[in-house]
Design a protein around this ligand. Structure first.
Ligand code: PMT
Length: 403
């Protein structure tokens, strides 16, 4: 299962580490890239060795670390020739300045000039340097030539000041790399994704909910972004980090709030993917104060709005993908949901199978369409999301379904 269908599997990444304080994060970056199935060759600038030792990166990458331009006279040609992508993290003002002006006076800058593929940079520096118009001109020049920029973030900087210049999170950098390798078959498509549970309150402190973590929906949102879509994520309560590159993010609590957020944006949407697990029932009455403990409490419940069905009933509607969380191999029930809710795709999800369903990183799904079904073995939620998007992409080519 490990590494299966991962976007970065077997990709060769040439990682340039320049001399900034964020260089210490490159060990984690290398490990995480390797967890994704990539192989990493590191080039260190001389300045970066003031912040981190070559040995740390050699151990993390399980690969030699290159540095001197004359250690191997052809390395500035051979290293780029063997790489699928170049990543510079941290990218200092100095290395960005060299890249932008065609200066090739060390191994990293010569490799950049001779590399033919995509380059991602993760700038990192003090906010004053980042704001400097000369630096900004260099940055614009590079991005105009197709160099992809990840970050920087705003926050506390090494000098203790607040401002823009922190190197992007490792997870954001990895998402940017994945995006660089992804096809853009959803370019400019507008997609609403729902994720997570809802909470239906009995009183100000107690609610009905379920075990959804949001992992499946967030994985779908990330895959949509990678493939070029403009994504609105409507999320119930979840501890997960917001995916980078969302068009909008709405945090909701109840199924009614999820419905309100959905219908506010539905008119401008090509595809809706409902991976959320909204509660089906809500207490008829929400008490204003905490209910006192009693021996017995009877609660009347009523149905929450069935958002998927309501969209399914619209005359003109987006392409509609729902999930069916079933306890057991109840494909029959999932197929019923496809018809009853008038969805285009239902993703059957056996939530009682080991490693599948709620609050795990993997899922076992069957993608059901009216005349086709595809079962996937247990796989990561990221890979499941990609497979769901493949099915959506195929349908989108055939039908025109914008409201
Ligand atoms: O969040 P994770 O921890 O990663 O877990 C993932 C998941 C198990 C929540 C996800 O894979 C999943 O199966 N989501 C659907 C859960 C669900 O509510 O299934 P359902 O069979 O009860 O509902 C069918 C469809 O109707 C779903 O698309 C659901 O979003 C939608 N629905 C349900 C209730 C409701 N009131 N309105 C709805 O629109």
């Amino acid at each position: 299962m490990k590494n299966k269908k991962k976007v970065l599997k077997n990709k060769k990444i040439l990682l340039g580490v320049a001399g900034g304080v964020a260089a210490y994060k490159s060990v984690d970056l290398v490990r995480r890239l390797k967890d994704e199935g990539a192989s990493v060759t590191v080039i260190m600038t001389d300045a970066s060795k003031n912040f981190i030792t070559p040995l740390s990166l050699e151990i993390a990458s399980e690969n030699r670390v290159c540095s001197g331009i004359f250690d191997d006279p052809m390395s500035h040609i051979n290293l780029p020739r063997e790489a699928d992508i170049m990543l510079i993290a941290p990218a200092t003002a100095n290395i960005i300045g060299k890249f932008a002006n065609g200066i090739a006076d060390d191994l990293l800058s010569t490799c950049f000039l001779s590399f033919k593929g995509k380059v991602v940079i993760a700038p990192s520096m003090n906010w004053r340097m980042y704001d400097n118009p000369i630096f900004q001109e260099n940055l614009r020049r590079l991005t105009a030539h197709g160099v992809i920029q990840a970050g920087p973030d705003r926050g506390t900087l090494a000098c203790g000041e607040e401002g823009i210049g922190r190197m992007a999170d490792v997870s954001e950098i990895i998402e940017t790399i994945k995006s660089a390798f992804s096809k853009k078959d959803f370019f400019k498509k507008k997609i609403i994704v729902t994720a997570g549970p809802t909470r239906e309150y009995l009183d100000p402190v107690r609610f009905l909910s379920n075990r959804s973590s949001g992992k499946m929906g967030y994985a779908v949102a990330r895959a949509c972004i990678r493939r070029g879509a403009e994504v609105i994520l409507i999320s119930g309560p979840s501890c997960l980090e917001q995916p980078h590159g969302l068009k909008s993010f709405f945090r909701v609590e109840t199924a009614q709030e999820m419905k309100n957020a959905m219908f506010k944006h539905l008119h401008e949407t090509d595809v809706v993917i409902m991976a959320a697990a909204p509660a089906d029932f809500s207490p008829e009455k929400k008490e204003k104060t905490k209910i006192n403990k009693t021996d017995k409490l009877l609660v009347n419940l009523r149905n929450t709005p069935d958002i998927l069905s309501e969209i399914g009933k619209l005359k003109r509607r987006p392409l509609l993908v729902g999930f069916a969380a079933e306890t057991g191999k109840r494909l029959d029930r999932a197929k019923e949901k496809l018809i009853q809710k008038n969805a285009d795709i239902i993703v059957f999800n056996n939530v009682t199978a080991a490693g599948s369903g709620f609050d795990v990183d993997t899922n076992e799904i069957t993608i059901i369409r009216k005349n086709k079904e595809v079962s996937l073995p247990l796989t990561t939620k990221d890979a499941a999301a990609e497979a769901i998007l493949d099915a959506v992409s195929e349908l989108l080519k055939r039908v025109k379904c914008i409201i």
